[in-house]
Design a protein around this ligand. Structure first.
Ligand SMILES: [Zn+2]
Length: 255
């Protein structure tokens, strides 16, 4: 066995598939008779496989790259019969090739991470679409012209005008459903008001009940993040008003 330390750098190059010519023949010959170098080559190939496999995993095995770089950088020890030591500039192209391979592996991993990100975004988009479809179904049921609207009250109580406001402050989202409303006077409409915990009432939609006294207001334009103390309804000109005209015909405070 001729001092196999001299094959250290060639093993790394061989693992990268960039060893050619006589050097490759010499190494392959040596590998046939040297189990220790065969193990080293397997281990380097394992490192490479890990590096490329890690393109799919969350944690790159940094150690593999270190080992590989170390193997590439390892100074070969040579016996007296060894050929003269190669200068750095002879080795430079090989190192450049190896660096390119590592760069390619790095880019593959980036690419894979991006793909995973995109796949995740696709998943989010699908989930959002499902949610959106459900929301649309709910809203279309609430607002359908042909929906049957029934208000249940205590037995033997005549149906009363009733409004229900569902307000989510963080989203400035408001759904209002009214039932048993008397028709608005000619050229007038009902206007819903959000009464904030401080400040003036905020217009929250104008509506005219249908022939059955039902009406809905879905997500009127509202300023962001307003804390509501109550909701009120007044009768206003059809175009709506910016401040409520007294009297308040319906009023409800939050629980
Ligand atoms: Zn050997």
């Amino acid at each position: 066995m001729s001092g196999h330390e001299q094959f250290a750098e060639n093993l790394a190059l061989h693992a990268l598939g960039s060893l050619e010519g006589e050097e490759r023949l010499a190494l392959e010959k040596h590998l046939q008779e040297c189990a220790s170098c065969r193990r080293e080559l397997e281990s380097l190939r394992g490192d490479l496989a890990l590096l490329s496999l890690s393109t799919a995993g969350p944690k790159p095995p940094a150690r593999s790259r270190e080992r590989l770089m170390a193997a590439l950088a390892r100074e070969p020890r040579r016996g007296t019969t060894a050929p003269p030591r190669r200068s750095w500039w002879v080795l430079a192209p090989s190192l450049a090739a190896a660096a390119l391979v590592l760069l390619a592996i790095f880019l593959m991993r980036q690419n894979s991470a991006l793909r995973q990100q995109i796949a995740g975004m696709d998943y989010d988009a699908v989930a959002q679409q499902v949610e959106l479809r459900r929301a649309r179904e709910i809203v279309s049921t609430l607002t359908a012209n042909d929906a049957m609207r029934v208000t249940l009250v205590a037995a033997k109580t005549p149906p009363q005008p009733q409004g229900k406001a569902i307000y989510v402050r963080d989203r400035s989202s408001l759904i209002f459903i009214a039932s048993n409303m008397p028709a608005a006077p000619p050229e007038k409409a009902y206007e819903l008001w959000l009464i904030p915990t401080s400040g003036a009432p905020i217009p929250a939609g104008v509506f005219r009940p249908d022939a059955h006294g039902s009406a809905t207001v879905v997500n009127p334009p509202l300023p962001a993040g307003i804390e509501a103390k109550a909701f009120a309804i007044t009768i206003e000109p059809e175009a709506g008003s910016t401040t409520p005209t007294m009297p308040v015909v319906m009023l409800g405070a939050g629980e």
